[in-house]
Design a protein around this ligand. Structure first.
Ligand code: MG
Length: 383
């Protein structure tokens, strides 16, 4: 039995992970689940799966959670610090980090310090602290497995291949809901428009990131860390159908692709079953039903966020931290109708331009940058 912990069990990745565990109850044992605020769903999940520990970040929800689970043999905790702490619980074989945004970074640090393997959905961890996390992982023996569909695809394509034979990674992106929208009307994009992703059903933050294509930019930085590959060898191609999840080109010009329906259950299950594969309890791909698979170059004029991400990775140091934090705050400002869709990349660019980078930043330096940007944007009523 593989012992699993889930950080963020009430979100879309968390719910899919529970679904995988339920379908493979002979192979997986659930040790803990955590949530930020969705206490009702967390209670429901705890009653059904009976993990050893349940943690809620929102302290105001503790008493309700505690009383609802009082008849069960479950240890109940609350507070963000408890989530960070439980992420390092050594009795777990693999922790699924499905926390949204920069709050996922410290739990990843905790797992890496304690030698706990991570099935990583929280790409922001790697964007902000990739070098630092891998330096910890090297000491502790933690392995980081991708859950992001593109990175899972690349990971599957490179199995059995030599690192020196990889020519380039080709990340596919759907292009989001505004692929064919006229740039002239981008300033009129509403939150509802941006929340309508054509293929994937996901949380709000990543759905907006997909609409600006910042998501693809963050994924380039994620791939750079996960596969230890130079930026020049990572390419993006737009593929609106989201059937080819990504590709790898080798030095002999052979290209391997991984295909599947746009359903996160497969990459989640693979991260948990690796190096094995388990029978799918979800739909299979039917190639004859697909009319066409198309590909385009990304449009940087329409999607400046993608360029900002590429530049931050090129500049290195702590620029990706700024990119991620400024983007996250701008995305939530847009969701709250405080700024326009087109202001998101403008805010990110502004924050990148005023940044004084730090070399070999440790976690405190990264957190200081986060605080500084949060204060600046709050003070200027931008975040
Ligand atoms: Mg992805």
């Amino acid at each position: 039995m593989k012992k699993i912990g889930i950080l963020g069990s009430t979100g879309s990745i968390g719910k899919n992970t529970l679904n995988i565990i339920e379908s493979n109850s002979d192979k997986f044992e659930l040790v803990y689940i955590t949530a930020k605020t969705q206490v009702k769903l967390l209670i429901e999940q705890a009653k059904k799966f009976k993990p050893k520990f349940v943690v809620i970040a929102d302290e105001d929800k503790y008493s309700l959670l505690k009383s609802e689970l009082s008849k069960l043999d479950i240890q109940v905790m609350s507070g963000y610090d408890s989530i960070v702490e439980i992420a390092g619980l050594k009795e777990v074989d693999i922790v699924v980090n499905a926390i949204v945004g920069s709050k996922g970074m410290l739990p990843s640090v905790s797992a890496c310090k304690n030698g706990v393997d991570i099935a990583l959905s929280n790409k922001e961890s790697l964007v902000m602290a990739g070098d630092y996390l891998y330096s910890l992982a090297k000491k502790s023996g933690t392995k980081i497995f991708p859950v992001d569909s593109e990175h899972s695809a690349i990971w599957q394509c490179i199995q059995g291949e030599k690192e020196q034979n990889i020519q380039k990674l080709i990340l596919t992106g759907s292009g989001g809901p505004f692929l064919n929208r006229d740039l002239k009307s981008f300033a009129d994009i509403t939150v509802n428009d941006a929340l309508k992703h054509p293929n994937w059903s996901m949380g709000k933050k990543i759905t907006i990131d997909s609409a600006t294509m910042m998501n693809k930019g963050l994924e380039i930085i994620e791939a750079y860390h996960l596969f230890n590959i130079p930026q020049e060898k990572i390419e993006v191609v737009i593929h609106p159908q989201s059937i080819i999840h990504s590709m790898v080109e080798f030095i002999d010009s052979s290209v391997k692709a991984q295909l599947g329906l746009p359903d996160m259950k497969l990459p989640i299950q693979y991260a948990l079953s690796y190096p094995d594969r388990f029978v799918a309890n979800f739909d299979n791909l039917n190639l004859a039903k697909l009319k066409e698979l198309t590909f385009f170059e990304p449009n940087y004029e329409k999607f400046p966020s993608l360029k900002l991400a590429l530049n931050s990775l090129k500049l290195g140091k702590t620029y990706p931290v700024v990119l991620n934090v400024a983007n996250e705050l701008a995305v939530y400002s847009f969701i709250d109708n405080k700024i326009k869709f087109t202001d998101i990349p403008k805010i990110v660019e502004k924050m990148l331009n005023r940044h004084n980078p730090i070399e070999n930043a440790d976690i405190d330096a990264i957190l200081d940058i986060e605080t500084d940007i949060t204060n600046y944007l709050h003070y200027n009523k931008l975040g």
